[in-house]
Design a protein around this ligand. Structure first.
Ligand code: FEO
Length: 401
């Protein structure tokens, strides 16, 4: 059944949601599904803004046909060539053999790699920064957004509607549940954890690239943000821009502490729980405790971006760290985590090694401040360590504040 929604008189959302996919990019759990957005601009000329993932291609093609309502498709603008958005390009080219494809030089390089499209030169419009394309009353201009999140990514800005087609930027995990629009109150309540998890894990590594695009786009008026995943922004746009500013500059959103524990028989976890309790008694309210073996790494990465202080607690394992803690540290490094205050806690029954390894990993990241001197337990907490423990609690509370 056709499922299209008017965004404005001329812009129609023609995307679809997938609630069956378990792992986005075969890596990230998405229990709430994900939407693949696509838009049609209907002017003297028509322009399709990106396509969708293959999983929803049937719905998308039905929507496209309905939105065109008998008109021809003149342009297909490709803002991003990752297959969650471009998988249906080949089918669009077959069904609309006159369509002219608009992208930058890298877009076409990837198009030819992904598809045996045999698209003649006269049906390729290669654009660069600031070029303009008139559809009649709508004029589109292009803002290159390399590495947000692939090198060919670009934003398209509609000068008539002040509408920013932002590719992956401002997207979120989560299927759309009827309403395609969102405001900041609803977003904070319903979407923020998934949006943070999406940004930090998918684009988090490329904060400097996001900042560079922000600088270029700083002067433009934005009335609408139309991302490729999740709801559309048309109110309180400064609120989501502020979140992106923080995330992309690796600035913590909140004063608080997330404690991550790799425990085998519960002794390390017991100390971490006591630590969380002692911090609560010190008046710290933003506290989250995660068992690294029971929590998806993408959730923990999002929490690390969120808070200014983290505690890493691990048993020693094979003269190193517990493998789940090692995986978390590897992901932190890969995603460019920086600007955190970090407390280290280790357990070692005969030859503690976890602190040394965690320290080396944290020190390889940028602007990380380790709360010294670190804390070691041997098998289990010993009451002789109470004073040292209380000092650690005070130091972490100070770091959070
Ligand atoms: Fe939603 Fe980078 O693709």
């Amino acid at each position: 059944m056709v499922n299209i929604r008017k965004v404005t008189k001329d812009i129609t959302w023609i995307g679809a949601s997938d609630r069956r996919l378990a792992l986005f990019e075969n890596a990230f759990p998405i229990p709430r599904g994900v939407s693949y957005n696509s838009y049609l601009i209907n002017d003297e000329k028509t322009a399709l803004m990106d396509t969708t993932d293959a999983s929803v291609s049937e719905q998308f093609l039905e929507n496209l046909k309905a939105a065109l309502d008998g008109k021809s498709l003149d342009y297909l603008v490709i803002n991003h060539m990752e297959p969650d958005h471009c998988a249906t390009v080949g089918e669009v080219l077959l069904r609309y053999p006159e369509v002219n494809v608009v992208g930058n030089a890298k877009t076409f390089q990837m198009l030819d790699q992904f598809f045996d499209a045999d698209l003649p030169e006269e049906r390729r419009t290669v654009v660069k920064e600031g070029d303009k394309l008139s559809l009649g009353t709508h004029v589109l201009t292009f803002i290159m957004a390399p590495m947000v999140h692939w090198p060919e990514a670009m934003f398209t800005y509609d000068l008539k509607e002040y509408a920013l087609f932002s590719a992956d930027a401002f997207g979120t995990f989560g299927a759309l549940n009827g309403n395609i629009f969102v405001d900041e109150v609803e977003f904070e309540k319903e979407w923020l954890p998934d949006a943070r998890r999406y940004y930090t894990n998918i684009v988090g590594k490329f904060g400097s690239n996001v900042q560079a695009v922000f600088k270029k786009a700083a002067g433009i008026d934005i009335a609408l943000i139309l991302p490729l995943h999740g709801p559309i922004w048309r109110n309180h746009i400064s609120w989501i821009l502020d979140k992106y500013q923080k995330w992309s500059s690796y600035e913590a959103e909140e004063k608080g502490v997330a404690l991550f524990v790799a425990s085998m028989y519960g002794h390390t976890a017991s100390v971490v729980d006591s630590l969380a309790g002692a911090l609560a008694e010190k008046g710290i309210r933003n506290i989250a405790v995660y068992d690294v073996s029971a929590t998806d790494v993408s959730v923990m990465i999002a929490e690390i971006f969120r808070f200014n202080t983290i505690v890493l607690a691990s048993v020693s394992y094979n003269a190193g760290i517990h493998p789940k803690m090692e995986a978390l540290l590897a992901d932190m490094k890969a995603l460019n985590v920086q600007n955190k205050k970090v407390a280290l806690l280790e357990n070692g029954t005969w030859a503690p090694s976890a602190q040394r390894c965690m320290r080396a990993a944290v020190e390889s990241m940028k602007n990380m401040e380790i709360i010294e001197p670190g804390f070691t337990i041997k098998s289990s907490f010993n009451e002789n360590q109470r004073e040292e423990f209380d000092a650690l609690v005070r130091q972490i509370a100070e770091a959070v504040r």
